[in-house]
Design a protein around this ligand. Structure first.
Ligand SMILES: Nc1ncnc2c1ncn2[C@@H]1O[C@H](COP(=O)(O)OP(=O)(O)OP(=O)(O)O)[C@@H](O)[C@H]1O
Length: 632
């Protein structure tokens, strides 16, 4: 920070000094400069010539002239004026002039007329001397006066000097203050430096920003151009929009009329769906409400079996041929053929897919509100489980997983027509006339006993059985896997238990078309029966005998029930076995039944095969009454 006052004060000081000196010392300096030679201070020469009466008073340079315009009598001690010796100090050959004092002091002249007195004129000389003395006295007086003045001036000057010294001291203290301030200002200077460096960086930033600003301006310009283009486009779009709005109004009108058409078509569709169901059922009835499919499994070691003949052109016949040797040996061997006709006969080469295609219509009936029961009958190892469950890879999937897939897909499609379905799955095993929950996940020790109950409206349920609500195919497949795990656990405890127990998978289906106030309810029942070995062959004893008795009992009772239904007997012995009791809802008037008779192609299974085919043939001959859908 500029503290110019310091300089100004100095200047003031100088000015003041100059002013003082201007009054008191300047002329002397000027004179000194003019003097050809410096003259010692206080060196005053007064030449009082004997010959020349004129008294020359030289102007002696003094260090401090008393006053401008004062007599140029030197301010040296007045005594000196009288000393003759001092005359010798006067400059040699100098122009010594008698300078008349401006105050009226006259130069001493010899004689009144300035003429030289005669030697004899002593009086005159005395007079001159007196006059001179008087002059000198006057001069002394004036000098004294002047001296006094000078003294007072000196006193004043000293006072002045003191004042000035004080002032100087004050100025010095001020200077030191200013110096201190200056010192303090050095910090400020650092700050100033910092600020200035900051300023420099800010300036740089500013220039950067200016650069950016320019770029932004360019960008803005281009965007403004773009905006203009967009505005033009917008106006075009607006006109298009208004045009489209008009079109939309027209379209809405059209949609409204189409909506009416859709409602009308939905009605027609629903009527069509109901008609389809009616016709579908009519076809099923024509096919018979109980159907039997025969399936021959491939030979375990490959090749063809000689005793089983399946005509290539006919899918409904199977011939079991047996060559009987002549007992006497005298006659030729005779061949005995056993022919059986079924709704369909599948050979060893027929795939799971082909088998399922034949029963998919029945599965559709389950969704339409009809009870459907499908069971596999046959000796152990004849392919019942393979037919019903299949293997894990896709192509080998059996009836149960395929039926589940079909049902969920069909339900989804019917959803578009306003149908909503709920599905409940259960899986039960019947072993030795005892029911076992295959979906049970609790502790084995707490496994509850299951009892079949029949409600007032003839609905069969099992107490404490797991009824699992399912919403998709994967859930059902998960339950089937759980059932298989449960079965294999039991099988570890008892060898081949699965062959000696019936497993019953049930899917309860409830459908409602809320908009049309239509409801339906049905059960799809898929059963893998126990092996149908005859008691004689197995020659079982003990526990095994008990198992076989139970199996044969339930299977033969199944035959009896079907026969009773076909004969329209008043009493149908459902309760004679757990199997028929459980399947009561799915067998009989209000249901569609499909039986698979599975055949093992090995020759040593001939007897069992013949027995199975005879049983199936009996069932096939039955015509169970007309089924009616469970509609409300
Ligand atoms: N159509 C077929 N094609 C190929 N393999 C089959 C076929 N049918 C059955 N099998 C195979 O034959 C074997 C016995 O079949 P499966 O276990 O299904 O008989 P099962 O009648 O269920 O026997 P069990 O009464 O002991 O349960 C299995 O290995 C199975 O994979």
């Amino acid at each position: 920070m500029s503290r110019l006052p310091v300089i100004r004060n100095k200047r003031v000081l100088g000015t003041s000094s100059s002013s003082e000196n201007g009054q008191d010392f300047a002329p002397a300096q000027k004179k000194t400069r003019k003097d050809p030679e410096p003259v010692k201070p206080y060196a005053a020469s007064t030449i009082i010539g004997t010959r020349r009466p004129t008294v020359a008073v030289t102007k002696a340079p003094i260090s401090r002239p008393v006053r401008q315009g004062a007599a140029t009598v030197a301010a040296a001690p007045s005594r000196g004026l009288l000393k003759k010796s001092t005359a010798s100090t006067a400059p040699r050959g100098g122009n010594i002039k008698a300078t008349a004092a401006p105050t009226g002091t006259k130069a001493v002249t010899c004689g009144a007329a300035g003429t030289k007195r005669q030697a004899w004129d002593l009086k005159g000389k005395v007079t001159d001397m007196e006059s001179k003395l008087h002059n000198y006295q006057t001069k002394v007086k004036s000098v004294n006066q002047e001296n006094e003045d000078l003294k007072s001036t000196m006193v004043k000057s000293q006072t002045r000097v003191t004042d000035l010294e004080k002032s100087v001291a004050v100025q010095r203290s001020q200077i030191s203050e200013y110096e201190e301030e200056l010192q303090a200002l050095s910090g400020v200077r650092e700050e100033l430096d910092k600020v200035s460096s900051e300023k420099t960086s800010l300036e740089k930033q500013l220039s950067n920003l200016e650069g950016k600003y320019k770029v932004m301006e360019t960008l803005r310009d281009s965007q403004e151009t773009e905006l203009q283009t967009l505005k033009v486009m917008l106006s075009v779009q607006e006109s298009t929009l208004s045009h489209l709005q008009l079109t939309l109004r027209d379209a809405e009108e059209e949609v409204r009329s189409l909506g009416d058409t859709v409602v009308q078509q939905k009605d027609e569709l629903h009527a069509g769906e109901m008609e389809r169901r009616r016709l579908h059922n009519a076809i099923q009835e024509l096919k018979g409400n109980i159907r039997v499919f025969c399936r021959v499994r491939p030979l375990t070691g490959g090749g063809l079996s000689q005793h089983l003949q399946l005509p290539a052109t006919d899918n409904k016949t199977i011939t079991l041929a047996k060559t009987e040797e002549s007992h006497t040996g005298k006659t030729a061997d005779t061949q005995k053929n056993y022919n059986f006709n079924f709704d369909r006969v599948f050979g060893p080469q027929d795939s799971q897919k082909e088998v399922f295609e034949e029963i998919s219509l029945l599965v559709q009936s389950a969704l339409d509100g009809y009870n459907v029961c499908c069971f596999a009958y046959g000796q152990t190892g004849s392919g019942k489980t393979f037919t019903m469950e299949g293997a894990e890879y896709d192509e080998a999937r059996g009836v149960i997983p395929r039926a589940v897939t079909q049902i969920f897909r069909a339900a989804e499609k019917l959803g578009a027509q306003g149908w909503e379905f709920t599905f409940t799955a259960s899986f039960v095993e019947i072993y030795n006339e005892t029911l076992r929950d295959l979906l049970y996940t609790g502790k084995a020790s707490k496994r509850p006993e299951l009892e079949i109950r029949k409600s007032i409206n003839n609905e069969v349920t099992i107490t404490s059985l797991t009824y699992e609500k399912v919403t998709n195919e994967d859930q059902v497949l998960g339950l089937i896997m759980l059932a298989n795990r449960n079965r294999s656990t039991a099988q570890t405890a008892q060898n081949d238990r699965s062959s000696r127990s019936h497993s019953v998978f049930q899917l309860d289906i409830e459908g409602a078309n809320v908009g049309r106030d239509v409801k339906c309810k049905s059960t799809l029942c898929l059963v893998d029966l126990a092996g149908s070995e005859r008691l004689l062959k197995s020659q079982s004893q003990g526990e095994r005998f008990k198992e076989m008795t139970a199996i044969n009992g339930s299977l033969s009772n199944l035959g009896l029930v079907i026969t009773a239904l076909a004969n329209k007997d008043i009493h149908v012995p459902y309760r004679n076995s757990k199997l028929t009791y459980l399947l009561q809802g799915c067998l009989g008037g209000n249901s569609k039944t499909l039986m698979f008779v599975n055949i093992a192609p090995e020759l040593d299974s001939f007897g069992e095969t013949l027995s199975s085919l005879r049983f199936a043939s009996k069932v096939n001959d039955c015509v169970i009454g007309t089924a009616s859908a469970n509609r409300k």
